[in-house]
Design a protein around this ligand. Structure first.
Ligand SMILES: *Cc1c(COP(=O)(O)O)cnc(C)c1O
Length: 390
């Protein structure tokens, strides 16, 4: 008989009943160090007091009214995002997938309104992940995600990861945008080098097309800048955000320049829940913490500490691990052992990591993890690796 919960997930046999900062407490009382943060979502840890206060205060006042009316919390969060980024305007969603949907619509509408209705194609890259909607799976294009779900939404052109020459040749007068993750998450923590991102920006400018960055996983302080593209000193035209921005409350956003967003006039897009008072109240609390330069400096310092300890781990367990990669507190350990075996050995040692493609395990701890917790996490990873030694 089919389970009452549709069995689309391969779940670990763990059920957590409480969270405290970087710790998750299992129903049986065991305490796990959480280097997954709900897949880069709990950016400020579990049960963060500032976030709990923002949510409960809002919950006691007003939950939902719809976008038929002004939502002051939404305006405040949009103002914060605009103040701290390239963007002139923001649309709020409930997830990264919905942000992808709007990014696609916005790019196409931009050119439609400029009298170029044939510019509908969006270039994407192998190994990318943009969500599980019809547009999201068509954008990523992998067989794993698309098989059996056709006909796929047309208008996506898939290129090899990081092949600049292929990219130049693929841009035609039907191209409206390039969509890329500055650091691929699901694809196995693959950062696009700064020079590539700069080259991509130049190419988009030269060809007059839009640059869409998917910062759903790598954004909101994860790499040590508020948004990952800042490392390359460039700005996109459209950016997808979700995961960390809600700190665990479902919230996403599309940020855009005024020009890129010019087609999105009244009635062209909408969402019942998107930008509701609860989500935006929490989003404001997240932004007020993460956008602080001192907070980001601490993320970078801790990232350096973790990275250094992980290099030691690599050296000590060359039979289990191949290499470390990533940026800030978005790190991937390429494994020699099967990545799922390493994740499971982590569970046995009460440390949580997240598998990704390319036989990688991801370390995406809360951004406010402490130095002592980093030391303890690596000690537990060391024990997990030792248990796998061949
Ligand atoms: C998780 C993710 C998405 C999809 O976000 P959901 O909130 O799961 O819909 C899109 N893009 C990237 C890069 C992601 O990591």
């Amino acid at each position: 008989m089919i389970p009452t919960v549709l069995p689309t997930y391969a779940r670990a046999p763990l059920s957590f009943v409480k969270g405290e900062g970087a710790w998750l407490i299992e129903a049986d009382g065991r305490r796990f160090l959480d280097l997954g943060a709900g897949i880069a979502v709990n950016a400020l840890g579990h049960a963060n007091p500032a976030l709990v206060a923002a949510l409960t205060e809002q919950a006691g006042a007003l939950w939902h009214t719809s976008n038929l009316y002004e939502i002051p919390q939404q305006k405040r969060l949009a103002d914060l995002l605009v103040e701290h980024t390239f963007a002139d305007t923001v649309f709020f969603t409930n997830s990264g997938t919905e942000a992808c949907e709007l990014a696609v619509k916005m790019a196409r509408k931009h050119f439609y309104d400029k009298g170029q209705p044939d510019r509908v194609e969006i270039i994407t890259f192998d190994g990318s992940f943009h969500g599980r909607s019809a547009a999201g799976i068509a954008a990523a294009g992998s067989e794993k995600m698309t098989k059996g779900f056709g006909p796929l939404l047309p208008g996506f052109v898939h290129l090899p990861f990081g092949d600049h020459d292929a990219l130049g040749a693929a841009i035609t007068d039907r191209t409206c945008a390039v969509m890329v993750e500055p650091v691929q998450g699901e694809g196995g923590i693959r950062p696009l080098p700064d020079a590539c991102l700069k080259g991509l920006r130049d190419l988009c400018d030269e060809k007059g097309i839009l640059m869409i960055l998917d910062e759903v996983q790598c954004g909101v302080g994860r790499t040590g800048k508020l948004f990952a593209h800042e490392w390359a000193g460039i700005a996109p035209d459209i950016m997808m955000v979700a995961k960390g921005i809600g700190g665990g409350f479902p919230l996403g956003a599309v940020l855009a320049s005024e020009d890129a967003a010019s087609g999105m006039t009244a009635g062209t897009h909408g969402s019942t829940y998107g930008g509701n008072p609860l989500g935006c109240a929490v989003g404001c609390a997240v932004m007020e913490t993460v956008a602080d330069p001192e907070f980001l400096a601490e993320v970078n310092r801790k990232a350096g500490l973790l990275r250094q300890k992980l290099e030691g781990l690599m050296a000590a367990h060359a039979d289990v691990f191949d290499s470390v990669r990533g940026a800030g507190l978005m790190l991937g350990l390429k494994c020699k052992a099967t990545n799922m075996d390493v994740v499971n050995a982590g569970y046995d040692n009460q440390v949580i990591t997240v598998p990704a493609a390319n036989n990688v395990i991801r370390l995406l701890p809360p951004l406010n993890i402490t130095d002592d917790e980093i030391t303890e996490a690596v000690r537990r990873l060391d024990a997990a690796a030792a248990s796998l030694a061949t």
